[in-house]
Design a protein around this ligand. Sequence first.
Ligand code: ADP
Ligand code: MG
Length: 701
Amino acid sequence: MAMVARPASKADLSQLSITQLKGVGDQFAQKLYKLGIVTIQDLLFHLPLRYIDRTRITPISAIIPNTPVVIEGEIRTNQVMHGKRYSLLCRIQDASGAIAIRFFHFSNAQKQALAPGTRIRCFGEARRGSSGLELYHPEYRRIDPQQPMPLEATLTPIYPTSEGLTQHRWRSLMAQAIKFLKRGALQELLPNDILRDLNQVTLETALDYLHHPPPAAKLDVLKDGNHPFQQRLAFEELLAHQLSLLKLRHQIQQKNGARLNYIPELENLFLGNLQFSLTAAQQRVYAEIKDDLSQAFPMLRLVQGDVGSGKTVVAALTALQAVANKKQAAIMAPTEILSEQHYLNFSAWCEPLGISVGWLTSKVKGKKRNTVLSEIENGSTQIVIGTHSLLQNDVNFCDLALVIIDEQHRFGVHQRLALRTKGKQGDSYPHQLIMTATPIPRTLAMSAYADLDCSIIDELPPGRKPVATIAVGNEKRPQIIERVKHACTAGKQAYWVCTLIEESEALQCQAAEATAEELKVALPTVNIGLIHGRMKAKEKTAVMECFKAAKLDLLVATTVIEVGVDVPNASLMIIENPERLGLAQLHQLRGRVGRGAIESFCALLYNPPLSQQSRERLNVMRETNDGFIIAEKDLELRGPGEVLGTRQTGEMVFRIANLQRNATLLPQTKKAAQILLKHYPQLVDPIITRWLSHNAQYAHV
Ligand code: ADP
Ligand code: MG
């Protein structure tokens, strides 16, 4: 966010600083900057949260509980009550009936002013009280019957606010801003053929209306954000996001990519050595990728596939095509553990084919690191696997033609774009394959990944059985421990996952340590291992190896095992505090079991009592193993933040639009974006700047 007011120019509200408004001094302006409001245009985009109706007087007999109303009448009685709490109670009468108003805090002067015979107008919400319906602490004004007081001419907006900014202040600012608006100082950026589909609603009309809707406006429609004028604004904002991503895509596709000709030899050897054959879905997606690789411009493809659908093999086949064309491929994974697992898998698959695979994470240091770096640089390493340490400045690829990002939902948009530029050589960009196991509902994918083509692996390898899932309260912990013992004694392997709020990794590790101790005492015959994020890389590797080799029966872990970990013999998982995790995360975790042919179980060990929402969420986990259904439910229950992951939505800040509420607009914005790019390229940047100038990473490659 720019903290410096932009230079004032009379013509355009996007250039006019809020300090141009009366009553906005430096100190006040600072407060507004904190809310992202720098210009008068920004101010106008600060829309009311809700509205209240003070345009009409409601007869007392027509009052509905818990609904704001204006009433007017004469005070009949005025009494100080000495019940449980000391209060002032007045009865007010109008032609239709009577109601009580009650104040728990009042002064003597107030009591005197509310003497019987006084006419007052009150604004408030009626609730059930000891004398029937009552208005508690209403706003009120005394009325002089000789001088009737006018009612509000429009609905009264309530603005989102921060400390020290009263509603009164907001309204007076907006009144000034609207005057500027009415002078036509806000440029309409949507061309006519797009406005036509929006019922010709201009930005000016929409803003003017939403800051003070007429009495007849439908409050319920406004409340849900479904009013056509609200949609007009959300539309333009979503359009700006689409345009920025499409512009990136367009810029990249103007560049050269390393054309990778399809060379089948390595692929044939690889498939011949594989223990299984590809599913139809894997074959289809790989064919789509091969097609992209043979183009002269860079591939930009997202592969979605549920947990366990077999994305790694597809990644490996893709990497082989780069190697077959004598180029390098890089694979970036979000965690050390996953990157290592990929390293081991890729090495096992590729080294028999004479291909050299390298591994780089922040834990690779000193001499070893220098060796790895120089082998990447001189090209002797053909496939490089790593974490985001691949993005560091000292990593120089020799001839990088392909970048694969695994479990993309764990990275930000930022890092995705960074690796895109990393392999840039002159005017040529590497092909990109992005893989994610978080199934993203279509509408969300359209906006968050508008710059990518999408392939879906919509089939699991044969023989997989759904993971039978139960939810049990912590009071049944002893039985669950018994069950673990049973499974381990029978030669099965299990995970025990300790979860805490994500910010506190330290606490999570402590919890895991404590649980491991507890279980060692309770299960002396079971071989128990521990893995968490604070252990050294070597220690983690050793533990994972032991677990893989079945030297450990039970692995107590934090959520470090959430992504990618693949030990097919593990068939039981206990997840503690599942109520604290998002559904997508639970699904990822649970995806660590059910990878082999044996029947698998998952116990969600919650801390009672559960809220209604938590109960519903755990039920979803019990009822389905389908990642897409789970993602849709997550979206419904917790909003897009959970589904895309906080990191991504944190960067996708919308002022007005809401991906969930406005999902139906997305196909329309997509179409509008195409029209603009094709016929009105000069409008693209102004629209992006209007909405995203505070969100700089979208603005350039
Ligand atoms: P994810 O899509 O979650 O990354 P993985 O690539 O880790 O899934 O694959 C999960 C497991 O399924 C691995 O053990 C992998 O070897 C196995 N697998 C992948 N494809 C197939 C297939 N076509 N048939 C049988 N097993 C497969
Ligand atoms: Mg994977």
